[in-house]
Design a protein around this ligand. Structure first.
Ligand SMILES: CC(C)(COP(=O)(O)OP(=O)(O)OC[C@H]1O[C@@H](n2cnc3c(N)ncnc32)[C@H](O)[C@@H]1OP(=O)(O)O)[C@@H](O)C(=O)NCCC(=O)NCCS
Length: 189
């Protein structure tokens, strides 16, 4: 039996994507991180930061950028980036924060995350950034493994203040220089 290759597209988000982003966002977050939350109100507050309205605010912010990942015409993931944001450990200038990168479970391991990051790093480089950085929950083994594979290294630790369950608030700050790294470390395999 023959299977067609999935048709993959990475592109910048537009206003017509906002309704779907408001569905994919909370779904992908809850799928990966529901285990962090003991308090339902705090969990709901966190889910609302992935709402259509929250994406709309991000899309219109001058220093923010959003990409979507599509498989066979469906949005299955996204990346949001904040330009001009220094990492919280070194405070170095020239930082671009990869604020959110989420792929729905059934579309994971298709290298969509890697491709989203490559698109974001190319844009960050074009806009004068020197490095990208991100926060990841210390307990998120799968995401941390992906980031190490993609070329990030650990800068330090911080604490998430959104009200997660006891013992689960530790976050890792990871970073990667951009110049000359976009193609070498993120070439599609
Ligand atoms: C982390 C994430 C963005 C990676 O995106 P992706 O498109 O799946 O990434 P890749 O296909 O390049 O996979 C990279 C590595 O991630 C890890 N990984 C990704 N999905 C996985 C899964 N379902 N199970 C186990 N490991 C997984 C693996 O180490 C994988 O490498 P491998 O396939 O060679 O073993 C994506 O899996 C995701 O959205 N996860 C849930 C949400 C999340 O944690 N976001 C980050 C918040 S900081």
């Amino acid at each position: 039996m023959e299977f067609d290759e999935p048709k993959i597209l990475i592109r910048r988000a537009q206003a017509t994507d906002l309704a779907l982003l408001g569905v994919v966002g909370p779904a992908a977050y809850a799928e990966a991180y529901a285990y962090l939350w003991g308090n339902p109100r705090a969990f709901l507050r966190q889910l609302k930061t992935f709402s259509e309205g929250a994406f709309a605010e991000h899309l219109h912010r001058e220093t923010a950028r959003i990409w979507v990942a599509m498989v066979n015409g469906d949005i299955v993931g996204f990346l949001t980036m904040n330009l001009g944001a220094a990492d919280p450990v070194t405070g170095s200038a020239g930082g671009a924060e990869i604020a959110r990168i989420y792929i729905l479970g059934p579309a994971s391991r298709l290298r969509l995350g890697r491709r989203l990051l490559k698109a974001a790093m190319e844009q960050a480089l074009a806009e004068g950034a020197a490095y990208v950085w991100l926060h990841v929950m210390a307990s998120a083994d799968r995401a941390r493994r992906a980031y190490l594979q993609w070329g990030f290294s650990e800068l330090g630790r911080t604490t998430f203040t959104g009200g997660v369950a006891a013992g689960l608030s530790e976050m890792v700050v990871m970073a990667m220089p951009i110049v000359n790294r976009v193609d070498r470390s993120l070439a599609a395999r």
